[in-house]
Design a protein around this ligand. Structure first.
Ligand SMILES: Nc1nc2c(ncn2[C@@H]2O[C@H](COP(=O)(O)OP(=O)(O)OP(=O)(O)O)[C@@H](O)[C@H]2O)c(=O)[nH]1
Length: 848
């Protein structure tokens, strides 16, 4: 830091100063004016009696004078001075002899205080020309005066103005003020430095200002070096504590200011010394050759004299409009500090009270009576604040109260929002539960139940939301309400779909139940009217289902087109169920069973429905042929559903679509299946025919009469033994009587053939077992691989294997039958060959 320390000067001169200048009267010329002038360039000693005109540059109301330009040009003759003039200002506490000093140094006529009154003399800022000098000097209103009280606004602005415009700023202070913070204007300087940096910090290093500290009433006990060191330290410290603008964080005080320190003796106690030192000091302003000459070029603001008015006015304007300088008064500061403290204390209590809400809300629970509880916590906080803070400045108190309330509200708002979310969730859950419960009750109409449940859920939400909306807040729940309604609508749609599906499933079950038995019965009794009967059943069932659907659909409040679509779907579904049932009844075994039943009825029973016993004289062939032909004719009847006219009957207006082909649905048996069925049926019918023939042969076999005579002669003894022994007699009766009955009824042949069949079956089984033992079948290694590789093919293969086994079984039965009768028909021969081929194929597949 460039600090120029001037050696202490011990003055002996004493002088009394007793005259005072009134503001509205022309000031008397100072005695000091007679003091000999220094040898400064362009200056003259203030010896003339002429009074230098002065201007009230800025008045007490902070208004800038319009006359500065006029004074510069007309009164001070500086119009053409250009840069050849200097500007200095004095700054310091009130009544510290500033005006006195200026008058001494520059021969000016600034007002000096009347000692008997001890009151402020300089108000605002005065400016005057130094007598016979090209120096303009500003006398600035003293700081810390009782007249302004706590309003420090003007002193800050005027100090900043002085710093910003002057080349040299004289900081005037009593010796005893050195080391004090406020007394030495350090607080004020701090503010001035800070704002000066903000406003004019860009001139770093280009323009400097000299701060000349003049320590008054220096008694000499503390050397100037010590005093200046104290001041220097204080200045450094306040500079470190400044909040510097961006980009100037590292700037130093020496970038903007130079310092010079000097002392003056006590004016009253050492008047002569005072005068001498004052004159010496004057040299620094007037004598350019003086080593301590203050108006060095680096302090020049480079403003020509004729532009000074505009320049200074602009600076004042800038200072006036700067908000950073509108510093609050002490009272305001106090109010701010205390209100802040009180608000913080109240807020801590408030936070403690509301923290219990956080966990349950975050856990998704509803906090009981949250609204009143939040309100209560907020009231306690504001009441506690009001009690202590309302004593302070009303404006500050109100502002802090609003701030605290806003802070509290914003904290509570998160609970408000959390509770709204939980209300939303709860409303949705209530809706779901209540709707499901309502739908469990028989006869509940979905539309009405859903609307009622929704209304209740919304009411629940609204009630809860209104209860937590606090006064003096702009909280809103409309958005959440809208979202809730939207969610409930979606849930209603989903639930309605479920209920509709449930209803349709129920209807389908009903349709299936209605169709199953009657359709089966109709198919078991084939004939020309079979399909007519089935269609009647279908139409009746479908109509009933449609009526039921329409009735139920009304409770869902469906749109017309939705209902129409559902009816159409139901019709189609009914048709699908019908065709499924027909297909189910038309699988190979069942259809063959039906055909055989029909054939047996015709061939094995008489016109009274009794079983026929064929006599040797009976014609078996004709009834057999007739029954077989009639039965075979039934196969094409089963093959295709004969529906009623789709044009005239609305129940068959089933349009085909991508996934539904009405015409295709009519097909029951394909051509191939019909042929297969015919073949299978013929085979079974032929077996019946052979059976009938065998029974006739059995009844035809008669025993010759001589065999009976021989039996009586040869077996008389045995006969007597038999009838005389109770054991033999009872055994004979147990076996003989049933045999006699069978014989009488002509069924002995049937029993015999059954016995033969059983014998053949056992024989074939025994052979097969024996073959397995002698030639164990090789385990086909590839079969599992096929199964693994292609389950579809494998399944097909297994199906084929099963079919082959069945085929083998049928053929074995047929063979055994024919062997039993001692002959074979050509058809049987073919079949036998076929079975062999099929067996070979099956064996080949197994090997594969
Ligand atoms: N003890 C002492 N008194 C002084 C000195 N200089 C002036 N005074 C007296 O202090 C009183 C105030 O002097 P002013 O010059 O009016 O002081 P000021 O600082 O300009 O006052 P304001 O403009 O009102 O702030 C006057 O009575 C002076 O006689 C000094 O060096 N020592």
């Amino acid at each position: 830091m460039d600090i120029d320390i001037v050696p202490d000067i011990d003055h002996e001169t004493k002088e009394q100063e007793g005259h005072t200048y009134a503001m509205d009267t022309p000031p008397q010329s100072d005695k000091a004016l007679g003091v000999k002038a220094g040898a400064g360039a362009g200056t003259t000693a203030p010896s003339s009696k002429e009074i230098v005109p002065r201007l009230h540059l800025i008045d007490e109301e902070k208004r800038f004078s319009h006359e500065l330009s006029k004074y510069i040009c007309d009164k001070w003759g500086l119009k053409d001075a250009g840069f050849n003039y200097n500007l200095a200002a004095i700054f310091g506490s009130q009544s510290t002899g500033k005006s006195t000093l200026l008058n001494r140094l520059f021969g000016t006529d600034f007002d000096v205080m009347n000692e008997t009154a001890r009151m402020q003399t300089t108000k605002g800022i005065w400016i005057s020309q130094g007598k016979d000098m090209k120096v303009l000097i500003m006398d600035v209103e003293g700081t810390d005066g009782r007249e302004r009280g706590e309003d420090q606004d003007f002193e800050r602005k005027s100090a900043l103005f002085s710093v910003a415009t002057s080349e040299v700023l004289i900081v005037n202070m009593w010796e005893h003020q050195v080391g004090l913070y406020n007394g030495a204007n350090m607080g004020l300087l701090k503010t001035v430095f800070e704002v000066n940096l903000q406003l004019f910090g860009g001139n770093r290093g280009k323009e400097k200002t000299l701060l000349l500290f003049v320590i008054r009433d220096h008694v000499g006990s503390t050397p100037l070096a010590n005093l200046s060191s104290t001041l220097k330290t204080d200045l450094e410290r306040i500079w470190q504590g400044l909040s510097k603008p961006e980009g100037l964080e590292d700037c130093k005080i020496s970038d903007y200011f130079d310092f010079m320190f000097t002392t003056l003796p006590h004016k009253l106690l050492q008047p002569e010394q005072f005068e001498i030192e004052t004159q010496k000091l004057r040299h620094r302003f007037t004598d350019a050759k003086d080593p301590n000459y203050v108006f060095q070029p680096q302090y020049s603001k480079r403003v020509p004299a004729d532009g000074l008015h505009v320049y200074t006015e602009a600076i004042w304007e800038k200072i006036m409009t700067n908000k950073d300088l509108d510093l609050p008064t002490q009272q305001e500061l106090l109010a701010q500090f205390r209100c802040e403290e009180i608000a913080n204390a109240a807020f801590e209590v408030f936070k403690d009270q509301i923290k219990e809400f956080r966990h349950p809300i975050e856990a998704g629970q509803l906090v009981e009576d949250l609204g009143p509880k939040m309100n209560n916590a907020r009231d306690i906080a504001t009441q506690s604040f009001d009690k202590d803070a309302s004593r302070y400045l009303p404006a500050v108190y109100q502002r802090k109260r609003t701030e605290m309330l806003t802070k509290a509200n914003s904290m509570l708002e998160s609970y408000f929002v959390g509770q709204l979310k939980n209300l939303h969730k709860k409303a949705v859950s209530n809706f779901t539960t209540q709707l499901q419960q309502a739908l469990k009750v028989e006869g509940t109409e979905f539309g009405k139940a859903a609307a009622k449940t929704k209304r209740e859920a919304v009411d629940f939400f609204l009630k809860g939301a209104k209860a937590i909306k606090l006064t003096e807040t702009d909280w809103e729940y409309e958005e959440e309400l809208y979202q809730l309604e939207h969610d409930l609508e979606e849930l209603m749609t989903v639930q309605r779909e479920k209920e509709l599906t449930k209803m349709l499933t129920g209807l389908e079950k009903l349709i299936k139940k209605e169709l199953d038995e009657p359709v089966k019965l109709a198919l078991d009794q084939p004939g020309p009217s079979m399909w007519g009967r089935i269609m009647t059943i279908y139409r009746r069932t479908s109509e009933d289902a449609e009526l039921l659907l329409k009735k139920k659909a009304r409770t869902f409040e469906l749109k017309e087109e939705e209902e129409e679509q559902m009816v159409l779907n139901l019709k189609r579904q009914s048709w699908v169920l019908l065709t499924m049932k027909i297909q189910e009844e038309s699988v190979d075994g069942l259809i063959l069973y039906k055909l055989l039943n029909r054939f047996e009825e015709k061939f094995q029973r008489d016109s009274h429905g009794l079983p026929r016993v064929w006599n040797p004289t009976d014609d078996i062939d004709t009834p057999f042929r007739k029954a077989r032909e009639e039965t075979i004719e039934l196969i094409p009847l089963y093959a295709r559903i004969i529906a009623l006219d789709p044009v005239t009957d609305s129940h068959f207006s089933l349009e085909s679509s991508d996934d539904f082909d009405f015409d295709q649905s009519l097909q029951v048996l394909s051509e191939t299946r019909q042929q297969e069925l015919t073949t299978q049926f013929k085979r079974k019918a032929d077996a019946s025919y052979v059976e009938a023939k065998r029974s006739v042969v059995a009844t035809q076999a008669k025993i010759p009469y001589w065999v009976g005579v021989a039996l009586i002669v040869l077996g008389w003894n045995e006969f007597v033994t038999l009838i005389t022994s109770p054991l033999y007699l009872s055994l004979t009766m147990m076996v003989g009587l049933p045999l006699a009955a069978l014989w009488y009824l002509g069924m002995l042949g049937l029993v015999q053939s059954m016995g033969w069949r059983a014998y053949e079956q056992a024989l074939a089984l025994g052979r097969e077992k024996l073959r397995d033992v002698v030639h164990p079948p090789e385990q086909p290694m590839t079969v599992p691989a096929i199964q693994q590789d292609n389950s579809g093919q494998s399944g097909e293969f297994q199906g084929q294997e099963q079919q082959d086994r069945m085929s083998l079984h049928h053929r074995q039965s047929a063979r055994s039958l024919s062997q039993g009768t001692g002959g074979r028909s050509s058809a049987n021969e073919d079949d036998d060959d076929g079975s062999r081929i099929e067996m070979n194929t099956f064996e080949s597949k197994k090997t594969l």
